[in-house]
Design a protein around this ligand. Structure first.
Ligand code: PLP
Length: 488
């Protein structure tokens, strides 16, 4: 493809993308293809001769789009949202047009320096203390692929810091324990598995709305100390995946005052973005994050309008990260790196190379402005309040936990019937099975301390009140059908 052919194909691609978004709400939300649908539609080997791009683009529309689940569909309420904005798409386009591996400042100074600046913009937007800002030169932030990788990196930094503490020396790796809760995303168990570390999942209670309390943490620390184990890190969550629970960070902060050896990582992959709205900050314990977190992660690529991937990780002490991850063979050395006058982001993440992600974050933060960004988050919260009010008035559906930001967890609870938990779970599983095959909305399930529930997560940029009300009607209709079938 030459430049003029690219110009033509590029315009056609943008036209296709515009039409896709203009007509998104007319499509089914989820793909209905069967496993293995794709291979029979494609040749068994790459073509020997290059093909005309118009034919390739047509095949994208013909064979790929039918297998897409439309996460940006206004009736997508499953998992958590995955953001897309035109500003973000254009950011990726520019970034991919001049790719470079970005591992050292010298790979492309603009990449490193823009990341430093926009991570500080993002930190300010969320109200993070200047201790986490790059500008101060002590802490700092960098873009990662995912919250899972952010947690893994934080765990490596925590482990290395712990092992270097004179008070903990000598420690054996097998004595170390990573704390999570039963509600922590699987990223905690995965970090433990990847790093060969013990993980202890602390119990949380329904009456605490599935949040970790200080007393449970203190008891675990005492038990482990008595057994000769060495807890070195806690992954606390602000906005758990299942129910949006927020671990009690002020209580955790109070306990960890007596345990400065324990690294506190706050995983706020989904909910952290809401910190841009000052009215959420008390409930999300921003003060405790600012006072006590060693690292904090949130994903702009979930609710935060930036196309996947854009996970933001901040650390209070950048040296803990670089001490853990800096391996500099001769071929990676540079004069600036040796002099310590630049940031080399290869020492802030797992891989060597990294994408120029800050461009799309920059475009989004400028294109929306802080006010526009906050308006998007407030819209999700307001729509969820509408959904919560509809649920509260329902005669057949009931909340399992209070609505959290833009997430509501509920279940079918038929009135005037005395069902035990097992029966209720069976009924709810059949209710959810009906919802799961609906083409007109996407929704997911979870289990909270043995209770089968349905999750409804709002956050796609094009979702309106009409979509939420229509979804509620569908959910109610399927609940009534599931109940009638169950009773027949
Ligand atoms: N943490 C929480 C609380 C989440 O809800 C999720 C995903 O929904 C993750 C982490 C995982 O995010 P990622 O895919 O960026 O690793």
């Amino acid at each position: 493809m030459d430049i003029e052919q690219f110009r033509k194909a590029g315009y056609a691609a943008i036209d296709h993308i515009c039409d896709y978004y203009a007509n998104l709400d007319k499509r089914p939300v989820s793909s209905s293809v069967k496993p293995g649908y794709l291979a029979p539609l494609l040749p068994t080997a790459a073509p020997e001769e290059g093909e005309d791009f118009a034919a390739i683009a047509a095949d994208y529309g013909r064979v790929i789009e039918q297998g897409l689940t439309h996460w940006q569909h206004p009736s997508f309420f499953a998992y958590f949202p995955t953001a897309a904005s035109f500003e973000g798409i254009l950011g990726d386009l520019y970034a991919t047009a001049a790719p470079n591996p970005g591992f050292n400042w010298s790979c492309s100074p603009a990449c490193t320096e823009l990341e430093g600046v926009v991570m500080d913009w993002a930190a300010q937007l969320l109200g993070l203390d200047t201790a986490f800002h790059n500008a101060a030169g002590v802490g700092g932030g960098a873009l990662q692929t995912t919250a899972s990788e952010s947690a893994l990196i934080a765990t490596v930094a925590a482990r290395e810091r712990f092992l270097a503490l004179p008070t903990q020396s000598p420690s054996k790796l097998e004595e170390l324990v990573l704390y999570v809760t039963t509600q922590t995303h699987s990223l905690g168990l995965k970090a433990g598995r990847v790093l060969g570390l013990q993980v202890r999942a602390l119990e949380v209670r329904a009456e605490d709305k599935y949040a970790l309390r200080g007393a449970a943490l203190r008891q675990a620390l005492e038990e482990d100390a008595a057994a000769g184990r060495r807890p070195f890190m806690l992954i606390a969550t602000v906005g758990t995946t299942s129910s949006g629970a927020v671990d009690n960070l002020p209580e955790i902060q109070a306990v960890l005052k007596d345990h400065p050896e324990v690294w506190l990582h706050v995983d706020a992959a989904w909910a952290g973005i809401a910190l841009c709205c000052p009215e959420t900050r008390d409930a999300l314990f921003l003060d405790a994050i600012n006072a006590a977190a060693d690292s904090f992660c949130t994903n702009f690529h979930k609710w935060g309008l930036v196309n996947f991937d854009a996970s933001t990780l901040w650390v209070r002490d950048r040296k803990s990260l670089t001490d853990a991850l800096d391996i500099t063979p001769p071929f990676l050395r540079t004069a600036h790196g040796d002099a310590g006058t630049v940031v080399d982001y290869r020492n802030w993440h797992l891989a060597l190379g990294r994408r120029f992600r800050s461009l799309k974050l920059w475009f989004v933060l400028r294109g929306f402005g802080a006010a526009g960004f906050r308006a998007h988050i407030r819209q999700g919260i307001a729509l969820n309040a509408t959904f919560g009010a509809l649920l509260a008035a329902s005669d057949i559906l009931t909340l399992v936990t209070p609505p959290a930001l833009a997430l509501t967890v509920f279940r079918l609870a038929p009135p005037d019937r005395d069902l035990d938990l097992a029966a209720l779970n069976t009924l709810n599983a059949s209710f959810f099975a009906r919802l799961a095959v609906r083409p007109d909305l996407a929704i997911t399930q979870t289990v909270l301390n043995g209770v089968f529930c349905v999750r409804f997560a709002i956050g796609a940029a094009r979702t309106t009140e009409a979509h939420v009300r229509a979804a509620f009607d569908v959910i109610t209709e399927e609940a009534r059908t599931a109940l009638a079938l169950w009773e027949s």
